[in-house]
Write a protein that binds this ligand. Structure first.
Ligand code: CDV
Length: 310
């Protein structure tokens, strides 16, 4: 059986507040058809794909907030994605704002197989930004206000002939996200992001946005012997510029495909899952080389302290 997974990284250009779900889904279906024409097995969409990146605004009306969330998946509005995927025989992953029947709010991603069945779900754990109203910022980043911390850890799923994992946006900056999946023998990590270029508390980082994006995804791929597919929602959304740079990264740490625009753009690569093997068997043979008893501080402590070293 082939261990090649042909992946389409379906970068999305900006989505304005006035754009309807139907308009966004039509753009996604277009990218999905393009991916199918390139014989993709799987097409990867960004974080919170279906709407503008609403955590940039402080909102007080729960009704206004909940309008950005999906109560069901698929819904009437998102059903065309599933119907078209089934017709084309293509899988996909999708990020969206999830409102559960119990009234809980998560920043979620799902993995959908070639029969249009949801086979995996991940809820974002590293929620960046702030929880309170900070109107001094040109654009706020209120993920800590609008979402709960994900409660599913990082799972992996047997799908597309390999071991698949998911993370969402800010998770990619944290080595723990990759390693929890690395310890489950992940072979391909799918992740979507919305990354504003401007970081109000640290504007000196702005010029390094693309560099940091590449740095973390390439390191995560190499250090865990896994493919990483990182997909942006990019461009100027409601006056806020978000970086592109959607990338398909090999377990070697090399970028083998990258978006050139900040718009809807499909990047395709044939990914051999067996390329993971030599990294997992040698340099990053965890069983042979890891020393978890020396890593206890990582799980027992959250923030940095100054520990007297003598
Ligand atoms: N959506 C995100 O998680 N964005 C963050 C920004 C705020 C730094 C990111 O890590 O790209």
């Amino acid at each position: 059986m082939s261990r090649i997974v042909t992946v389409g990284a379906a970068q999305m250009g900006p989505i304005q507040r006035a754009h309807s779900r139907a308009q966004v889904v039509a753009r996604m279906v277009e990218l999905m058809r393009e991916a199918a024409s390139h014989r993709c097995d799987l097409v990867v969409f960004p974080e919170l794909t279906l709407t503008t990146f609403f955590p940039r605004w402080w909102m007080e009306s729960q009704e206004e907030i909940d309008a950005f969330f999906e109560r069901e998946m698929p819904s009437n509005e998102t059903a065309p994605l599933f119907t078209e995927a089934r017709r084309l025989g293509i899988g996909f992953s999708l990020g969206y704002a999830e409102l559960t029947p119990e009234g809980r709010h998560f920043n979620t991603a799902i993995l959908v197989n070639k029969s249009a069945e949801i086979v995996g779900k991940y809820r974002k754990i590293h929620l960046p930004g702030h929880a309170g109203h900070e109107p001094w910022r040109a654009f706020q980043h209120l993920e800590k206000h609008y979402f709960e911390v994900g409660d599913l850890s990082w799972g992996t799923w047997d799908a597309f002939g390999g071991t698949m994992g998911m993370m969402i946006c800010n998770d990619r900056r944290w080595p723990e996200s990759y390693r929890v999946m690395g310890l489950q023998s992940v072979e391909m990590i799918l992740l979507g992001y919305n990354t504003p270029r401007h970081n109000p508390p640290a504007p000196d980082h702005d010029r390094l946005s693309e560099f940091h994006n590449q740095l973390v995804m390439q390191a995560g791929a190499y250090q865990n012997g896994t493919w990483v597919v990182g997909v942006a929602k990019a461009g100027v959304e409601e006056g806020c510029e978000m970086i592109g740079g959607s990338s398909i990264i090999a377990p070697t740490g090399e970028v083998i495909g990258q978006a050139l625009t900040q718009d809807d753009e499909l990047v395709v690569a044939r990914c051999d899952l067996d390329l993971t093997k030599s990294y997992k068997a040698t340099t990053f043979n965890f069983e042979m080389h890891r020393q978890p008893e020396q890593y206890r501080r990582i799980v027992e402590q959250r923030g940095a302290v100054k520990a007297g070293g003598g």
